[in-house]
Write a protein that binds this ligand. Sequence first.
Ligand code: FPP
Length: 245
Amino acid sequence: MQGKEGEGLSLDLDNIPQHIAIIMDGNGRWAKKRGLPRVAGHRAGMKTVKEITRAADDIGVKALTLYAFSTENWKRPKDEVEYLMRLPQEYLLSELNELIEQNVQVRMLGNKDQLPDYTMNAVFEAQEKTKQNTGLVLNFALNYGSRDEMLHAIRCIAQEVKNDNLDIQDISEQTMNQYLFTEGLPDPDLLIRTSGEVRLSNFMLWQLAYSELWFSEVYWPDFTREEFYQAIFEYQHRSRRYGGV
Ligand code: FPP
């Protein structure tokens, strides 16, 4: 692709990462810098979600996984948690029709148990209305923690062994993959984290084993399509060896 939207990059459309995962960080600092409440940063971050979803879809990314709320985020002030829990509903209210038109399939990964009904209902409706879609898989990690996910998978596998449906010797990486929330999706090829923090924060620890990591100094609300394509451009110039030579 030659210079899409003037950013001057030449992306190789035959080497687009199939699955991109993003830790959308820096909303609070973005707001603080402007003397605004933290939730204003989350609202601005929602706009970036719209922009980056379109940008991913435009170049044929197959799956985009966005870390929207972690199992640790419950420790935040009650008002902020409530605001974050309302965002999926608000986002889907304004975007669902376009997502349906764009053939996007909405999914969620995370522990559904603690989520309020209004959050779950909105996500459930979006999942139902888009489940036949065959385009971009837009995956929201909500109440997601990688250790929590792995424990869930291990408990399911242990139950299968206990029920004599599975032999311990037959437990493989594929078995794990089957019981993770990402079942059926390829591992992310590329992980992006914004805001200058350089850590994984309990995000997709199993699935990111061989992903390329890319960090940006920019706060999530300021993250643009151009920067997203820059990450992909750099990904395309890396050499992935998966432990080989
Ligand atoms: C981290 O920034 C961001 C979050 C915990 C929430 C991310 C949520 C959004 C971007 C909006 C989600 C939108 C939809 C559609 C569900 P932070 O608050 O930790 O920022 P800080 O590190 O600067 O304090």
